[in-house]
Structure formats: C-alpha cells, structure tokens
Design a protein around this ligand. Structure first.
Ligand SMILES: C[S@@+](CC[C@H](N)C(=O)[O-])C[C@H]1O[C@@H](n2cnc3c(N)ncnc32)[C@H](O)[C@@H]1O
Length: 341
C-alpha cells in the first residue's frame, strides 16, 4: 500500500501492467539469458529477440519490485529472477507463463462478469471451460502441467515432512497431474504403491512415471469409478470446483474408500487475517474458473455432506495444509471435534 490514497488507487488500478511485464519476460526467457555475469540490457535484448529500450523499461519496473536488479548499468539476478530460469531446481517460469497465457488472461478481462453473476468468467471465453480448453490445446496444457509441477515443488517437501504416509499400502493421487506429489510420497513410503488418476491427456504426459509401484489410471472423476485405496490425495483439486462439483468428487472418493481410508486434501487455507495473502489472490483466480479457496470450517462442512468427517488439519509450513478426513462410520456422530496442528 502506498502512503496516500491517490497513489494507492493508481497503483491498484494499473497494477496489471506489472504482471504483464513479468509474463513477457518469462516468455522471452530473459532470466535464462542472464547467468552469473552482469549483462547490459542490450545483450539481453539481443539474446531474447526483444527491443532494448522497451526491455529496459520492463526490467526497470520489475527490478523496482525485486525481480532482477540494476547494478552499475548492468542487470544482475535476484533470488526472485533466478527462479524464472528454466534450469532452477524450483523454477517458477512455467507457473508465471501459465498465469499469463493469452486464453487465461482473456478470462481475467471478464472478471466483472463473475463478480456480477457468481459464474465462472473462464467459461465465457474458453470453450468447454478451463479443463475443456486445456484438453483441446496441447501447448497450453503442457505449460499448465509444468506449472502445476513447479508450483508443487515448493509444497511437496513440507507435505511429506508433515505427514506419515508409511502407514498406507495403496495411495491414490486424484487429479495428481504428472505425478510429482505421488512420486515423492512413494519415495518416503517405501512399502506403498500408488495410483495416479487424472484426465487421459494429462496421464499420457506422465507416462515416464509408471513403475511397478506407480500405476497410471486415466479417467474422469465425475463419471468414472475411482480406484480403491488406503489414502486419497487431492492436492489443489477441490479448490478448482464449486460446492456442488466438489461434493460429487468427494462422494466418489468416499464410495471408493474403505472404512479406514484417509482422505487428504492439500490446499492453501483461507486465513482469518484480513491482509493481502496468496490464498486470497488464488481465491479470485478460482472465482474466474468456478472454484474457490475455503476456510477449515468450509472443508469440515463439505466433508460432512459426503459421508466424511474432518479429523485434523496440519499446516505444512509450505503454504498449504493437509486437511484429513475419515469415512463416517454408522455409529459415529456426524461432526466430531477437529484438531488443528
Ligand atoms: C490444479 S491441478 C492440480 C494438479 C496436482 N494435484 C497439483 O497440485 O500439482 C488440477 C488437476 O485436476 C485434473 N482434473 C481436472 N478435471 C478432472 C476430471 N474431470 N477428472 C480427473 N482429473 C481432472 C487436472 O487435469 C489437473 O491435473
């Protein structure tokens, strides 16, 4: 927030130019063109096929926000710009590019429609909604799946440290993308085997993950029977959907589960804190596609309508919580006390 209301509103009203510069610089591969040696903008412009003066202006505003730094007339990396490199172990380049995909950006332009109607504006501009669009556009789908992998990198270590997966024999990752979470979980839970369940075009991209411990199962979680398992992982899946669709998915999980199975949602929980935070921003991205971020009481209520009871929520310290639920047994009261760890 700026010091005065006029500046605050100016920055907010025109704030979208800043992420557009970030998207462009990620698309152009500027961070890849810069190694440990400081470079003049002209060299970066030549390496990326961009206009030197215009690139200079884009890098100036990015550096004012911590992405790249100007030092002695040259550009150097900051920790943030380093993560835009394709070869960074926790590269966020694809994630940044995903938010800037022309089709996604077109839906951001229609956000007022969502705010007026409560309906997903993405459905107005993307034929078949976001998932139908991605299924029909392999290049964008590749960026999306890479983005999910890179987004999850930062979260997975927290998840596998926070939860003991070794108690399970069969772990099903529902909507698991390219299997990045399941693979890490299986490396911790050496006795377990896993089933990666996702749409067929996503599973095709995950072919290299298959092993004698990791089975790939293409399918549609709205229409197909889910595999039997002791644990069901759903990482940032339920937040994509409204309550009605979420109940369909969770009811299907409940149907496939046995009485001692655990359902583990991995989600960024909407905090009580009124200040700016990532879950609140993500909630607007979800509004655009028809989903929502939720509070813990929201999840507890959702579970209770699907034959599940929330048992605990574990903050992984990596921006996401593991929200655990168990099937409600016939003799169990519908809403037990929930431990928050
Ligand atoms: C936001 S991504 C999350 C991916 C992964 N769990 C992660 O956190 O990195 C949502 C996933 O749900 C999958 N998905 C969407 N609709 C689906 C459907 N009808 N059936 C199965 N998977 C679906 C997408 O393909 C995508 O991989």
């Amino acid at each position: 927030m700026a010091d005065n209301p006029v500046e605050t509103l100016l920055q907010l009203a025109a704030g979208h130019y800043l992420p557009r510069c970030l998207h462009a610089v990620a698309n152009l591969g500027v961070a890849d063109a810069l190694d440990n040696t400081p470079q003049p903008v002209s060299a970066l412009a030549q390496a990326t096929g961009s206009d030197p003066a215009a690139l200079d202006r884009a890098l100036r505003i990015l550096s004012a926000n911590g992405v790249f730094e100007f030092r002695g007339g040259c550009v150097v990396h900051t920790p943030e710009s380093l993560m835009l490199r394709s070869d960074h172990p926790q590269s966020m380049r694809s994630l940044v590019r995903m938010f800037g995909l022309p089709a996604f950006w077109a839906s951001v332009g229609q956000l007022e429609y969502s705010i007026r109607s409560g309906q997903p504006c993405a459905d107005k501009v993307l034929p078949g909604g976001i998932w139908g669009y991605l299924a029909a556009h392999p290049d964008d789908s590749r960026i999306f799946d890479e983005a999910m992998t890179s987004k999850a990198h930062g979260q997975i270590q927290g998840v596998i440290t926070a939860y003991d997966f070794s108690i399970f024999s069969t772990i099903v990752d529902v909507g698991g993308g390219r299997g990045h979470l399941l693979q890490s979980v299986l490396s911790e839970a050496q006795q377990a085997s896993g089933i990666l369940f996702d749409q067929s075009h996503v599973i095709e991209q995950a072919a290299g993950m298959a092993s004698d411990r990791l089975r790939l199962q293409p399918g549609d979680f709205f229409n197909d029977v889910l595999p039997a398992g002791d644990a069901y992982l759903l990482m940032e899946v339920i937040h994509d959907w409204d309550d009605t669709a979420s109940k369909t998915i969770l009811t299907s999980v409940r149907r496939a589960a046995h009485e001692h199975s655990k359902v583990l949602l991995i989600e960024a929980i909407l905090p009580d804190d009124p200040g700016p935070n990532w879950p609140r921003t993500l909630d607007i991205a979800m509004l655009a596609i028809g989903g929502r971020q939720r509070t813990l009481p929201d999840y507890s209520q959702l579970f209770s309508q699907c034959g599940l009871a929330m048992t605990r929520a574990i903050d992984t310290g990596a921006g996401v919580s593991i929200v655990e639920a168990s099937p409600i047994q016939a003799d169990q009261p519908p809403n037990g006390a929930v431990a928050r760890l």
